[in-house]
Every structure is written in structure tokens, then in C-alpha cells.
Design a protein around this ligand. Structure first.
Ligand code: TMP
Length: 213
């Protein structure tokens, strides 16, 4: 059976990553390639309950960084076993809107939890389910912050100061340097069409399974 890749998208809020997730899904649809999109936290009934708890519950403004870390990992471990692994095994391409690099960056670098502990928990949560490629949409912190001023309720993370998002950006860039075979840095300050083409061409160059039906 043809194996299609596990693709993850990362970046700050406001980086345009969710737009690119949707555009890639449309390209795969157009090419007749089976695919599914997941998002984190969430993506399963248990995960969606955890998402609500992490983002909006009124009693959780004092959530500790440790509790936050474990909730993200709990959501992810459910998603991997319930959705992602079975899909990949059936030859379906999985596009994930955030995966374990978000935890490395947000809980590790930005919240400053012990890096080794975060990485050990990431491995525990995902097992051998490692993305084949990860696109990081890179934009500067000020632009990211300004794009977050949307007319909707801002979640806990979006209330963080700009410095938090500078740390997020730096940590993503460091990941791309540390693991260049997997992590591809994309200049997110350009137009969505240009970015979409670059991502598609990168994928078609790397994965022959995407070029043939
Ligand atoms: P999003 O809808 O923009 O992807 O927002 C998800 C939020 O959760 C975002 O603020 C990043 C945060 N997050 C973490 O802090 N750690 C994680 O492991 C994940 C998956 C998300």
C-alpha cells in the first residue's frame, strides 16, 4: 500500500498556519489523494474537552505551567492513537495543525519548563508517530500580535506579552536549525498564494507518493 506523509504545521497564532493547512487539504483533494486534517489541542471528543479547559474555562486562569503541559500531552496522546496512527496505516495523508513542536516551543521555551522533561513527555505521548515534515510559518512577534486583535474572545495564550511571542519565534527557528531534515522554515510574511505554492513544491519534491495517483 502507498504510504502518504504525516505533515505538521507550526507557528505563532496569526502566522497564517491554519490558512495553509486548509489550502494544502484543498490541493490534496484536487489531486484525489486521501487526507485528513487534525488540530491541537483537540481533534477527538476527549481532546476537545481538554481544549476548552486549556483555552477558556473561567476557573483556570491560575493553571500551572505543569498542569498545562500535561493537558496538552494528554490531548495529543489520545489524538495519535485514536486518529493519526490508524489513518497513516490506512494510507491516508495526515495534516496536523500543531503537534509536539508546539509543546517544545510554548511550554518549553516560552513557559520555561525543563526542556528535557518536555521532550521526554513528547516522546511518551506520540511514541513512534513522528511527522515526516513540519512547516513552520515564521513571522515576527509584532505582526503576530497585531493579527491576533480579532473581534473574538482572546484565549489565555493570546493574552501573553509580546516578549512571550518573541521567545516562541526564536524557539521555532532554533528547531529548524536543529532538525533541518524535518523542519522547514517558511517566510510567513508573504502572500498566502506564494506560500501555498512553496509548500506544495517542497512536498512534491520530497514525497513521490504525492506526485502519482
Ligand atoms: P491555535 O488555535 O492558534 O492553534 O491555538 C492553540 C493554542 O494552544 C496556541 O496558543 C498555542 C497553544 N499550544 C501550546 O501552548 N502547546 C501545545 O502543545 C499546543 C498544541 C498548543
Amino acid at each position: 500500500m502507498r504510504r502518504l506523509p504525516f505533515i505538521t504545521f507550526e507557528g505563532s497564532e496569526g502566522s497564517g498556519k491554519s490558512t495553509q493547512v486548509q489550502r494544502l487539504a484543498a490541493r490534496l483533494e484536487h489531486s484525489g489523494l486521501p487526507h485528513l486534517v487534525t488540530r491541537e489541542p483537540g481533534g477527538t471528543p476527549i481532546g476537545e474537552t481538554i481544549r476548552e479547559l486549556l483555552q477558556f474555562a473561567s476557573h483556570n486562569s491560575s493553571m500551572t505551567p505543569e498542569a498545562e503541559l500535561l493537558l496538552f500531552e494528554a490531548s495529543r496522546s489520545q489524538l495519535v492513537r485514536e486518529i493519526i496512527k490508524p489513518a497513516l496505516e490506512r494510507g491516508i495523508c495526515v495534516i496536523a495543525d500543531r503537534f509536539f513542536d508546539s509543546t517544545t516551543v510554548y511550554q518549553g521555551a516560552a513557559r520555561k519548563l525543563d526542556r528535557e522533561t518536555v521532550e521526554r513527555l513528547n516522546v511518551f505521548a506520540v511514541g513512534d508517530c513522528i511527522p515526516n515534515v513540519t512547516f513552520v510559518l515564521d513571522i515576527d512577534a509584532a505582526t503576530a500580535k497585531s493579527r491576533m486583535q480579532k473581534p473574538r474572545r482572546r484565549d489565555r495564550m493570546e493574552q501573553e506579552p509580546e516578549e512571550f511571542y518573541e521567545n516562541v519565534r526564536e524557539a521555532y527557528r532554533e528547531l529548524a536549525t536543529r532538525d533541518p531534515n524535518r523542519v522547514v522554515l517558511i517566510n510567513g510574511s508573504r502572500g498566502a498564494d506564494v506560500i501555498e505554492n512553496e509548500i506544495w513544491e517542497t512536498l512534491r519534491t520530497r514525497f513521490r507518493s504525492l506526485t502519482t495517483r
